[in-house]
Write a protein that binds this ligand. Sequence first.
Ligand code: NAD
Length: 423
Amino acid sequence: MSAAVTTSHLRENPFELAREQLRRVGTTFEIDPNLIAVLGECKKAIEVSIPVSMDDGSTSVFKGYRVTHNIARGPSKGGIRYHPDVTVDEVKALAMWMTWKCALMGIPFGGAKGGVVCDPKKMSRGELERMTRRFTSEIINEIGPEKDIPAPDVGTDGSTMAWIFDTFSMNKGHSVLGVVTGKPLTIGGSLGRVEATSRGSLFCIRDAVAKLDKRIAGMKVVVQGFGNVGSYLAQFLHQEGATVTAISDSTTALHNPKGIDIPAAFAYKAENRTLAGLKDAETITNEELVLLDCDILAPCALEQVITEENADQVKAAIICEGANGPVTPAADAVLEDKGVLILPDVLANAGGVVVSYFEWVQGLQEYFWKEVEVNAKLNDIVSRAFDETWETAQSRKLPMRVAAYGLAVKRVAEATVTRGIYP
Ligand code: NAD
């Protein structure tokens, strides 16, 4: 039995959920309601239509979005998602979370996100390239190294970033390395960027497990989503001696209580582009996967996976949010009562934007760093943010999410007050 996804993953409006989180933080940290009202809106949201000549001679028109939530702390930064269920409110929520993530990490960016409503799995490489180049042209006045810097997200990768970089550069008449991050190494990418999000998650898990006086080795781990974030996180935890008992992608979920051979799964996915058919594991559903008995559950696919409907059945002791928004606020409340330790998205998956920041800096300087240097600097930034969040959570008796969002929102609020509201 395979668990093909046919309906949208968005059961609730994600932007409303993101605002609900913001309101909770505003009350808890006693932030001026006027500022919360400012931060509850996106600075700019544009919608474009993207006509594309398809391989069969027909023309398809796709809808694309680019949203900037906030630029108080620097140019806006955020990925571009290609997925059939993209909505403008999903992009707005993701943009808001990017603002908090960059502020929590202390990097000089605001938040943005982009998306195109399409199914990249059903498109040829040529169709994807033409769609990406036309989308870039439609948003060319919005993006740029000092303005707004896209990166990969669900359904996009280094090739997508290469096309955006090339289209932007062709229009400017010279190479503009800082316009996107997540570029391939041959054209100004950073060493360590591909694995950066998962490496950041690993650093958070290490820090959390150390605080609990436990060890990763021997822990049972479940990872949902086997794309950029999930596959490398599964590999890193496997290398640390954890037993990864279940993994999944959009087509299948696999379970083996004795442990899945992660290097074999990685090779299988690279060759077949799906986990379906991988041997030595029982096929389950993605719904069953998140409820498995384990020490660490890492949702690394899409939003709203753990909701008020299934939160009370979650058995994990730690949830590491590799994905953005996988736990809804209603589920948060249930998990808080159960004593589950949640490593929230803005902390747990921030490694990607931190190394994106390094890539942007390296591109501006045209001077590139060694991988050990990238990874060490990433560790410094993520572990500092973890410690600040842990300390705030402990001293104020708050869940890690509220502590992380609180620290971040306060920093953005302070920047907004310092700059003043224009005019
Ligand atoms: P990706 O496209 O590389 O991988 C997504 C994976 O999720 C794929 O394996 C896909 O098959 C699987 N998937 C999709 N729908 C699913 C479902 N309903 N059930 C189970 N699996 C499903 O995307 P990614 O870059 O790994 O991003 C995953 C998540 O991590 C997203 O929430 C994204 O916003 C977040 N994130 C990504 C980065 C990054 O640097 N790529 C950084 C921070 C956060």
